[in-house]
Design a protein around this ligand. Structure first.
Ligand code: SF4
Ligand code: SF4
Length: 432
């Protein structure tokens, strides 16, 4: 048996119909980032499907090369979005990685083990503070000590921002015309630790639109990074915990990380075989609203002018996995003075893909540079995104270029703050 467990093997067998849906038309090749970079069939969606199917049916053995081609996939879902036959890459990638987890090189398995504790926001915050302190004291930090020094370059330089505490509730702004409904904030792990200012921007916008916002206790990491790295059972456990924390009310769940939103929307599929959670997971998934969807669903609060050329990087898990295209652009265009310049190459993964860029540095760097070139070509001084991984990758690859990286919600909230304060100053973009 090539795979980890009977259960893992069964999960791969369950993907046979998905794999057999592929009619080998090749439409997906032109959108696959690893194919675009290598021009190799085995680094394309069609090639990966053929290899995985051959392994599943026992026609070939699981060689290191086969594993490498499968694990090089960024699970960006660009192939899924264009496939005319209905093939879906994410479930196949998750099943394959779960099934072969123990066949991975020891460094990959070590990282998988290190990832699990990060599901606890309190520990992640502690490590972040430790890292900030180490930077101030110019000491070797935790990531560099365990061989992940590259993480350092990607972390936001400012630390010490207040984290969003679970259990908090924010009332709607008093001067809004609508006071209607409550939105649940999905805090997440990376977002609540490294990007609490984005949560604050979302809360400010939603309350200005008349929503009350609350952050229920008991929620944690969505589980996407674990699932994408072969820890499917851990991801399921996290999904169950989030369901228990978030299912008490029927309110929409606001998520300001595109990757988390996409994964939360897939909880129904993730837990479809769990008799206690299948229905609850499906019900929760229908309430998940990616933040730009939710903000765009109500009239925007007043926004001050913020003149400048801005380009927009579509996160894969926004555009391919959730098919959200119009809302982010409409929101940006709603800010007076913003000139939205589209990237010359759209929809190609930035190379971050969770922790993929740390595990596959060459491909991560090639795709990061590819995107950075595209951003620079626009001449925009700001690039806007909606996903933390993309933001960190952009920051690393645009360092020194003068182009600033912002979350879309920050841009909107800042324009709203300027309008609210009645200032004559134009809203200015600042690097976070
Ligand atoms: S587009 Fe779909 S059917 Fe065509 S080769 Fe790609 S995965 Fe197969
Ligand atoms: S998910 Fe992305 S990287 Fe993986 S095969 Fe599809 S297009 Fe290529």
């Amino acid at each position: 048996m090539l795979t980890r467990t009977q259960e893992g093997s069964a999960r791969l067998q369950e993907q046979k119909a998905n794999m057999e849906a592929c009619i080998r038309c090749g439409l997906c090749l032109s959108v696959c980032p690893t194919y675009l970079e290598t021009r190799r069939e085995e680094e394309s969606p069609r090639g990966r499907i053929a290899l995985a199917l051959a392994v599943t049916e026992g026609h070939i053995t699981l060689t290191p090369a086969v594993m490498r081609h499968e694990e090089n996939c960024l699970v960006c879902e660009a192939c899924t979005a264009v496939c005319p036959a209905g093939f879906h890459m994410e479930p196949l990638a998750l099943a394959f990685r779960d099934a072969v987890q123990r066949r991975r090189p020891w460094r990959r398995r070590l990282l998988s083990t290190v990832l699990s504790p990060l599901a606890k926001p309190a520990l992640l915050r502690f490590l972040t503070r430790l890292g900030g302190l180490a930077r101030q004291l110019r000491l070797a930090s935790v990531p560099s000590l365990i061989g992940l020094g590259r993480v350092e370059a990607m972390l936001p330089q400012k630390t010490g921002r207040p984290f969003i505490a679970q259990g908090q509730r924010w009332a709607p702004a008093t001067n809004t015309s609508t006071h209607d409904g409550e939105a649940i904030l999905f805090a997440g792990c990376v977002m609540s630790t490294l990007f609490p200012h984005v949560h604050q921007a979302l809360i400010e916008l939603l309350t200005a639109q008349g929503w009350a916002v609350s952050a229920p206790t008991g929620q944690g990491c969505c589980g996407a990074i674990h699932a994408h790295n072969g820890l499917l059972d851990d991801a399921k456990e996290m999904a169950r915990r989030n369901i228990q924390a978030l299912e008490k009310r029927g309110d929409p769940i606001a998520v300001d990380s595109a990757g988390c939103a996409a994964f939360l929307k897939g909880y129904g599929r993730l837990l479809q075989d769990d008799p206690n959670f299948a229905e609850r997971a499906q019900s929760l998934a229908t309430r998940v609203r990616e933040s730009t969807e939710l903000v765009a669903s109500r009239p925007l609060p007043p926004l001050a002018s913020a003149p400048g050329a801005v380009t927009y990087q579509e996160a894969c898990h926004l555009v391919h996995a959730q098919r959200i295209v119009a809302e982010p652009r409409a929101l940006l265009r709603a800010v007076p003075g913003i000139e939205l310049r589209e990237l010359p190459e759209r929809g190609v993964c930035c190379g971050s893909a969770g922790v993929h860029n740390l595990l596959h540095r060459e491909m991560g760097d090639a795709l990061g540079q590819r995107l950075a070139r595209s951003v620079r070509e626009t001449g925009a001084s700001v690039v806007v995104t909606t996903n933390p991984g993309c933001a960190l990758q952009l920051q690393a690859h645009l360092a020194g270029s003068g182009v600033r990286v912002r979350h879309l919600l920050e841009v909107l909230a800042e324009a709203h703050q300027a309008a609210r304060q009645g200032t004559r100053e134009k809203a200015a973009y600042h690097v976070s």
